[in-house]
Design a protein around this ligand. Sequence first.
Ligand SMILES: NC(=O)c1ccc[n+]([C@@H]2O[C@H](COP(=O)([O-])OP(=O)(O)OC[C@H]3O[C@@H](n4cnc5c(N)ncnc54)[C@H](OP(=O)(O)O)[C@@H]3O)[C@@H](O)[C@H]2O)c1
Length: 286
Amino acid sequence: MRIMVIGANGQLGSELVGVLGEEETIPLIHSDLEIKKEPQVRKVLRDFTPELVINTAAFHVVAECEKNDLEAFQVNALGVKYLALACKKYGSTLLHISTDYIFDGLKRTPYIETDVPNPLNVYGITKLAGEHYLRSILEEHFIVRTTGLFGIHTCRAKKGGSFVDLMLRLAKERDEIRVVDDQILTPTYTLDLANQIKTLITTRNYGTYHATNGGQCSWYDFTKAIFDLLNMEINLKRTSSTEFPSPAKRPSYSVLENRALKLLGIDKMRDWKEALAACLKEKRII
Ligand SMILES: NC(=O)c1ccc[n+]([C@@H]2O[C@H](COP(=O)([O-])OP(=O)(O)OC[C@H]3O[C@@H](n4cnc5c(N)ncnc54)[C@H](OP(=O)(O)O)[C@@H]3O)[C@@H](O)[C@H]2O)c1
């Protein structure tokens, strides 16, 4: 299968290229393709005619989206629309990565794919609009919603590396680290997600999927697990989101259940703690 990966040097995109294999993939980075520009999108689809396009590109710095909602809509919604239209024209399937932030977090049990979205911020609104464009234009699509990515590769949009890298850096720089304990999610290892996507695409069972590691925790719990696994004695304190004022509201609970993957019998995602240990090993720091 010829698979085009958009955002191929990103945190998830890099992992996808590794898992799918360089011979199978057409890796495109931002300088190869600007998804906001419809003629460019049409041209790359016409030139390469891949069987499958995986779109990891997004404007996903949540606070920045709030300040620049036009840019957020152009990338997260119209960019997906242009990809869907070009895929339809040239006969490609589109797998698009979406987010837990399309939900409001008021539910206190894991969200399933059929739960009604109600985004709280511009990022979530524009990602949901991208989902709607895709569903309305192209039948042959997968929408894969995930949460709190971590992995070997740097998150390009969030300066300072992955969340794990950031915490390790703060541990060197600060006497005390304060992390929020009032946002519950499931941190998800990019390698596991990339492998899950590899399995999913072979099914051709199109539709919307949640794909996260198992279990749930707060960012504080996740940070504590990092330091515990590394046997690091760190002065780590719980705090609440009010300590870090942001222009964007965030869901306080955004755990997703991989219900559709389970029903297909292909949910391969392990518990987040096991995945974190594997990631730290892969990073060669345990
Ligand atoms: N990170 C998370 O915790 C998280 C959680 C839930 C869902 N997601 C979703 O997962 C996906 C991947 O996230 P990630 O952490 O891998 O992101 P990332 O590391 O920031 O990578 C995004 C990639 O897309 C490229 N890109 C950005 N804007 C583009 C545009 N307008 N046209 C073409 N390429 C563009 C970036 O290139 P440049 O850097 O050169 O611009 C980069 O290669 C996103 O769709 C995001 O919404 C992420």
